[in-house]
Design a protein around this ligand. Sequence first.
Ligand code: SAM
Length: 243
Amino acid sequence: MREIFKKQFQEELDLLEIKLEDNQIDQFYDYFEILVEWNKVMNLTTIIEMEEVITKHFADSLSLVKAVKDLSEKEYKIIDVGTGAGFPGIPLKIVFPQLNITLMDSLNKKVKFLNEVIDKLGLDGIQAIHGRAEDMGRDVKYRGQYDLCLSRAVANLSTLSEYCVPFVKVGGSFIPYKSGKIEEELGAAKHAVFLLGGKVEGLETFLLPGTDAERSLVLIRKNSETSGKYPRKAGLPSKEPLK
Ligand code: SAM
């Protein structure tokens, strides 16, 4: 199984032009095994078949290389909001060990899983925290502290911007992983992004390597401090997205 995994994953890595050492590929395989094992007793992901985990979780997480070209050189401080079972944060940490990554999720059982993965894979410079974005984004320990905020499959872009932009330093970026009708979503969220101190500066749309699944990475630059009004209290950003 490990050998088949390595061969299939290597094909994805080649398409993304990412080169890894054997021990890093082993870390991905160990992560896959822990994911499958824990998923038997808790609902972490519906994607569990090996080939799909490789394309839809691992390669998709790593597709950030298409939007951020200097990931291998910089010691970026990154927060992954609503990370779930660790996507995209853990794959990025395995490939780019110099990154400092905070994984955040509102479900404590997922944080327990993340700590197990961090421990078993021997990762450092990565921490999993339990909390809601709306609360953590008001905490001075996290607010305005990150070069990059990433988030995949958590909320619509307006809601997600209110969760995420407060974490970013002025000059840093929020990069949501999006799929579907992105132009429409961008139009609906444009004013929200502006209210939060951000500006949409770029969009990378591509097919996930080796699949016909479309992925868009939106580059939202933070140009000014987020007003103290945001994020609003827990629940409001999703109930009444900023317009
Ligand atoms: N990012 C992962 C992925 O792409 O596989 C997980 C996506 S899962 C569909 C959404 C995750 O966001 C869940 O784990 C959920 O607990 C978390 N979440 C939802 N709302 C949140 C909030 N307000 N603050 C923090 N985490 C949140």
